[in-house]
Write a protein that binds this ligand. Structure first.
Ligand SMILES: [Zn+2]
Length: 249
């Protein structure tokens, strides 16, 4: 007798849990894709802002390097002028040739730096242009995000109390269900579109609507064992439990 009553009690709890989950599923349905959309837009806006900051940093860094190269070129050109002046003053051919070599080397260095400077300038301009081009894209993503966030906040606020109540109730019910039954329930729920526990209505499974043999319906009423639909595998509950779900004590 104790065993039977325990089974009945477990079935009642499972059916109650299913009803709570139905309520939570409905709330979830109301939110639709909004949570997913908000999360994706948040990610998108963040990525775009990060990319823009990186480009701005590249542009700034390239300008600093460009200015350094520019300063070096000015200094090297002064050096060349100095060498040229010295060439007028030297006494020997050897000294003159030495200065010519110095001038050639320095001019080579200037040419190399000038090329580098042009590349840096190009990098700075491209990065700046790319960063600026991202601005409207970021604005668009942020506007869309803020709109969708507001929508989600509204839906959440509207059903906040109900959701909290259901979650609280779910916790209370779930802890009283035998762990293996709860695991089975969750597994069926995942596999069967959220419905793990269904009533038998007019000798048919309330989940897949296939006929339940009369023998099984009788057995079900006796509450001797936990029975599942032969077709869909959902846990079946008899009328007595369906019509008396609130009495959980
Ligand atoms: Zn079924």
């Amino acid at each position: 007798m104790v065993k039977e009553s325990t089974l009945e009690h477990q079935l009642r709890l499972l059916f109650a849990l299913q009803n709570i989950d139905n309520g939570l599923d409905e709330l979830h349905e109301l939110k639709g894709d909004l949570p997913q959309i908000v999360s994706e837009l948040t990610e998108k806006a963040q990525t775009l802002r990060r990319r823009k900051a990186e480009l701005e940093e590249t542009s700034k860094h390239s300008i600093v390097q460009r200015n350094e190269a520019d300063g070096e070129i000015v200094a090297l050109k002064e050096k060349i002028e100095k060498y040229k002046t010295q060439q007028f003053q030297v006494k020997t051919n050897k000294q003159y040739d030495m200065l010519t070599r110095e001038i050639d080397m320095t001019q080579g260095r200037v040419a190399k730096l000038t090329k580098e400077l042009e590349i840096l300038e190009g990098t700075a301009i491209t990065a700046k242009t790319d960063a600026e081009a991202l601005a409207p894209e970021i604005e668009l993503a942020e506007t869309e995000l803020s709109e969708r966030q507001t929508e989600l906040d509204t839906v959440n606020k509207e059903h906040e109390e109900e959701e909290l109540r259901l979650r609280h109730e779910r916790e209370k019910v779930a802890v009283r269900i035998v762990k293996s039954d709860l695991a089975a329930y969750e597994k069926i729920r995942r596999a069967k579109d959220g419905k793990a526990v269904v009533p038998v209505k007019r000798n048919a499974c309330g989940g897949c609507f296939n006929r339940v043999p009369p023998q099984k319906v009788l057995e079900l009423r006796k509450l001797n064992a936990m029975l599942t639909c032969e077709r869909c595998g959902r846990i079946l509950v008899p009328d007595e439990i369906v019509h008396n779900t609130t009495a959980l004590e």
